[in-house]
Design a protein around this ligand. Structure first.
Ligand SMILES: Nc1ncnc2c1ncn2[C@@H]1O[C@H](COP(=O)(O)OP(=O)(O)OP(=O)(O)O)[C@@H](O)[C@H]1O
Length: 194
């Protein structure tokens, strides 16, 4: 198996404190990692290391060059209409389909197509989370890094999230989910911190 996403003996040091050490896993295309553990153990930090936003204190990280991160902040321009805000980022993705096509499909997939013209600042909390998910879907990235993706989502939207992850994996994509909420992630590799 050639892993698309792997940690080998990774350690994370933050604020002078060793959060975790010797974290190892390897995921093939279509695979998933489920990162769990109590508050403050370093779940978000692990995701940030995978995203390239935080340097590991030790170990080796294998990730594809193009990956999509869904974290607490949606990183969408609050003043722009939702569709335009997503389009801005989608034009930067190295994906074969056009940005316009990817954004339209992603908005449809998360059930926000009818509010594409609404400014991001007017979205509800759950809609904002689904917009962040649309950003991930539109990216076309082979690796999705999802930090607490279920936060702020209602039951139906969590089902939607699970279905989108399943579709991504069925197409050969990989995913890492850090969460303290239950999520259906069949055959995921568990990474339990703390
Ligand atoms: N920039 C920083 N500098 C120093 N320490 C930090 C920094 N960011 C986070 N930490 C600390 O690192 C620890 C782990 O934080 P992290 O957000 O990775 O945990 P988590 O497992 O995702 O927590 P939660 O479940 O509460 O979201 C916390 O104690 C936090 O205070």
């Amino acid at each position: 198996m050639t892993p698309v996403f792997a940690f080998r003996d990774v350690a994370c040091l933050r604020g002078g404190r060793m959060l975790f050490e010797h974290v190892s896993f390897a995921v093939a295309p279509g695979g998933a990692v489920l990162v769990s553990g109590p508050n403050g153990v370093g779940k978000s930090s692990l995701i940030r290391i995978a995203a390239g936003l935080l340097r590991p204190a030790d170990g080796a990280v294998t990730v594809p060059p193009h990956r999509a991160l869904m974290a607490e902040a949606a990183a969408l321009d609050a003043a722009r209409p939702l569709g335009a805000a997503l389009h801005f980022w989608a034009t930067l993705d190295p994906a074969p389909a056009s940005a316009t096509e990817r954004v339209a499909k992603a908005l449809d997939a998360v059930g926000l197509a009818t509010i594409a013209a609404v400014p991001v600042r007017l979205l509800s909390t759950g809609q904002r989370r689904r917009a962040a998910l649309a950003r991930v879907v539109a990216s076309g990235a082979p690796l999705w890094l999802l930090d607490e993706p279920g936060n702020g989502l209602d039951v139906a939207s969590v089902g939607l999230l699970e279905a989108l992850i399943a579709t991504h994996r069925a197409a050969g994509g990989a995913v890492a989910v850090a969460t303290h909420l239950p999520i259906a992630l069949p055959d995921a590799m568990p990474v339990v911190l703390g």
